[in-house]
Write a protein that binds this ligand. Structure first.
Ligand code: ATP
Length: 225
């Protein structure tokens, strides 16, 4: 078997509480292989979003070991982590997190601003994404002029424009109708078939069925199956 793309060992997170600590994640060990499509599930407050934020390096306040694409995240400085995240990870949010004052095309360009690309190269990458997600006709509209499903497609296109190895998605269909949700899950399935590793958080059994494996969290612990 190939070496895991993601490898967590004894990852823990806690907050100070009432003179002691309250634990959000306890002794998390998890390996995710390249090409997997993994679903994190569990009751509200179980720690799913926290775990996904740690994987996405949106949260740096934790202990333990996190290997990503052959690098040890806990040993890296903030700037190195940010660079690894930009190269390796795309993040999709439940609330889309698009910039309201930028058009669809401009939103897609945001992750490219960190790279030293020629204008023509940027335009080509944005154009590819608009094509791939059937957003060409919407490219000059602002997020408020799109449906929720279309906004999430822009969110996914933005997450993918830097060609990340891993797509992390936190309740990506949480704000969508079931038909839109099904479309987003079909997009994920296609991306995964084309080689993108996916980790999603969801409460939906229908969404989980698109993945290969479910990890159950409860009170910060991974439940052994
Ligand atoms: N700043 C904080 N201080 C103390 N506790 C916190 C803080 N932020 C989050 N928590 C706690 O961490 C726990 C895990 O939260 P998290 O958002 O990861 O859960 P979740 O499984 O994603 O839940 P949901 O399904 O409701 O989104 C919760 O019990 C929450 O109260």
């Amino acid at each position: 078997m190939s070496s895991p793309l993601i490898s967590l060992r004894n990852v823990e997170k806690s907050y100070p509480y009432a003179g002691g600590r309250t634990w959000v994640l306890r002794r998390i060990d998890l390996d995710i292989q390249p090409g997997e499509f993994v679903t994190l599930m569990g009751p509200s407050g179980a720690g799913k979003s926290t775990l996904l934020s740690i994987l996405g390096m949106l949260d740096a306040e934790w202990t333990g070991e996190y290997g990503l694409d052959g690098q040890q995240v806990q040993a890296m400085k903030p700037k190195e982590r940010a660079e690894l995240a930009r190269r390796t990870i795309g993040f999709v949010f439940q609330q889309y997190h698009l910039l309201d004052n930028l058009t669809v095309a401009e939103n897609l360009e945001v992750p490219l601003s960190y790279r030293n690309l020629k204008r023509s190269e940027r335009d080509a990458l944005v154009g590819d994404m608009l094509d791939r997600f059937q957003l060409v006709g919407k490219k000059d509209l602002f997020p408020s002029q799109l449906s929720g499903g279309q906004q999430q497609l822009v969110g996914i296109a933005r997450a993918l424009i830097s060609n990340p190895k891993v797509l992390l998605a936190d309740e990506p269909t949480g704000n969508l109708h079931s038909a839109q949700a099904k479309h987003i899950m079909e997009v994920f399935q296609g991306l995964n078939r084309d080689g993108t590793t996916i980790v999603q958080v969801t409460h939906s059994d229908a969404n989980a069925a698109y993945g290969h494996r479910v990890i159950q969290l409860a009170d910060g612990w991974i439940q052994k199956s």
